[in-house]
Write a protein that binds this ligand. Sequence first.
Ligand code: NAI
Length: 298
Amino acid sequence: MIDLKDRVVIVTGAGGGLGRAHALLFAQHGAKVVVNDLGGTTQGEGASSAAADKVVAEIQAAGGTAVANYNSVTDGDAIVKTAVDAFGRVDVVVNNAGILRDTTFHKMTDADWDLVYKVHVEGAYKVTRAAWPLMREQGFGRVIFTASTSGIYGNFGQSNYGMAKLGLYGLTRTLAIEGAKFNIKVNAIAPTGGTRMTEGLIPPQLFEALKPELVSPLVVYLGSPACEDSSGLYEVGGGWVGRTRWEQSQGACFNPQGFSVEELAAQWGAINDFSGATHPKDNMEAIGKLVAHLQKQA
Ligand code: NAI
């Protein structure tokens, strides 16, 4: 039994979709939940307290404990203050709030670029930054960032969104390193779920099958003391969960004194050949092959 009794969890963008499902499941496991939601549209327009209030009422009706917060994630201090005022601490931050401003790069406006950055990246930064000192002091924290396959693999019309989503995984990797000695575990998920964000984009039959509730067990596990893993990137949806990692080819070696474009072109096949590939876990492992090459030459 994953018991989260007395744990305090902030779920951003929890007024609907995936965030709502996460908040409900955390509460079912005994956590006290801050249901944050600005209550705007998928494109990031407008605001309303109704979305967060509805989910708080659902949690309370099921016997759980929750409070609402209506701030934008860019006001991270205010969201963390709601948690501390209501429950006295913050154990878990689930950075889930998100919007879309899909358009081709050719038609991208500064506003489309900036707003997506602001909600996904700055918002996740602000909420996590405000909770971080509390997690360090108490020697416990779990942070989950919501990435996307559109960031990992790219997707037509989502250059702003892809930038933001993979940026969050960069943030995950470094916070996992910096949080390690304070028992703060930091992971990212790339979910697929049938929500208002994906309605009309996913074929109706698949949309129905991709229940948001199928993403939440992973999020609750990553938010629990039971999870000792950190810096992971997990793809999840439709009842499937897997882990994704970096892969580095064996590559090709050249004269460290200098080499030509033609020499490089001649080795293009080897550079792109993933047979015998390795999976570096950190910077030192990542530069291991070039260090070994230089040592051989010395
Ligand atoms: P959704 O639109 O149902 O939920 C997003 C929630 O975030 C909404 O309730 C919205 O009001 C809230 N929100 C937006 N801007 C906010 C702000 N500035 N401050 C506070 N709350 C704000 O969408 P969904 O699908 O549940 O998305 C949840 C997360 O999962 C997002 O980060 C999204 O980018 C990500 N995601 C979803 C995928 C899917 O297949 N549904 C695929 C990949 C990533």
